[in-house]
Design a protein around this ligand. Structure first.
Ligand SMILES: O=c1[nH]c(=O)c2[nH]c(=O)[nH]c2[nH]1
Length: 319
């Protein structure tokens, strides 16, 4: 009789924080992409936990090597969602007992340095903390030929600030409320967004078909349009609240990109508090049209506003 009192109800393993930078050279024009990757595997791996049976373990070191190898050999390495899908499908198609592969990529931005107004061919700068993010999963549990997948794409740590066009009034008031209404405030957040991509329904999910998947979705264009729409609505909306601006942003994103099924935003409300300068006989414009000029940026606490906005009817899209 076993004296075990617990059973293995979930198990997933792999390599995290694999950093890789890939350079592609076309004459004097070089392309660079830098990833931090996490790749986790699921499947018939139970005995590695319960019976110390390592024969079912694709070593995490092998997982790491594979990320380097695919960074060299994959035609999709410069297209993060397609590359993530390639990694995921590699593991589910190479190892019959590996049924699911979860890939998380963070992309660190390298932009070309402008020299005398011209983009340099092989010199780059890191501009800001912004990172692209991709989450992909391939699932061959129902059989290799019935492999399914999902791909989520987004960005995080994109800091934005506007100095007009933001108010916050008419909120609920009770005995716990001290916040004053403001019809003019600073609005700053760190954009965190992720959207679920609609993959083509009739294309079998194989490594050979990743090009077709990309043609259907257009990962790069969808990403650029979503990033631009997010920035434009942030800049131009007469914001009644973070919530209302977020919702408007998502409506535009879903309108512009039929391949997006839903989009999730998380906006920390990075508060900027006007400083009271009246003790120093200085007018900080408190309550005046046009607003204050000196603020105290508050690191914490911050508001934290999230929402997922889902397409009502996928039939209304091109899909
Ligand atoms: O846009 C905002 N939404 C809130 O929910 C909130 N709460 C708060 O104190 N300030 C703000 N601002």
């Amino acid at each position: 009789m076993s004296d075990e009192v617990g059973y293995l109800s979930a198990a997933r393993y792999g390599k995290d924080l694999v950093r890789v930078c890939r350079v592609t050279r076309q004459g004097d024009t070089h392309h660079v992409v830098e990833y931090t990757a996490r790749v986790l595997l699921e499947g018939d791996i139970e005995t590695s936990y319960t019976k110390a049976d390592n024969s079912v373990v694709v070593a995490t070191d092998t997982v790491k090597n594979t990320i380097y190898i695919l960074s060299k050999t994959s035609p999709h390495v410069h297209n993060p969602p397609a590359f993530a899908l390639h990694i995921a499908l590699h593991f589910t198609s190479t190892y019959p007992h590996i049924k699911k592969c979860y890939v998380d990529l963070q992309m660190h931005k390298w932009s070309r340095i402008q020299v005398a107004g011209k983009a340099h061919g092989w010199a780059f700068e890191r501009n800001g903390d912004e990172k692209g993010v991709v989450e992909a999963c391939a699932d061959s549990s129902a059989g290799q030929d019935k492999t399914t997948a999902y791909v989520k794409v987004g960005l995080k740590d994109l800091l934005v600030l506007k100095t007009a066009g933001s108010s916050f009034t008419n909120f609920h008031r009770d005995q716990y409320t001290t916040l004053q209404e403001v019809d003019d405030r600073l609005f700053s957040t760190s954009v965190d967004l992720k959207y679920d991509v609609q993959l083509p329904p009739n294309v079998p999910l194989t490594i050979a078909n990743i090009g077709k998947v990309d043609k259907f979705v257009d990962f790069q264009k969808t990403y650029e349009k979503t990033r631009q729409a997010t920035l434009e609505v942030f800049a131009t909306d007469e914001s009644a609240s973070v919530q209302a601006t977020m919702y408007k942003t998502a409506q535009r994103v879903l309108k512009e990109s039929p391949a997006i099924k839903n989009v999730t935003y998380a906006y920390p409300n990075k508060h900027y508090i006007p400083v009271n300068l009246t003790p120093f006989k200085l007018d900080n414009g408190l309550g005046r049209e046009g607003g204050a000029e000196v603020f105290h940026p508050v690191a914490d606490p911050s508001g934290y506003i999230t929402a997922t906005i889902t397409r009502k009817d996928s039939r209304s899209s091109k899909l």
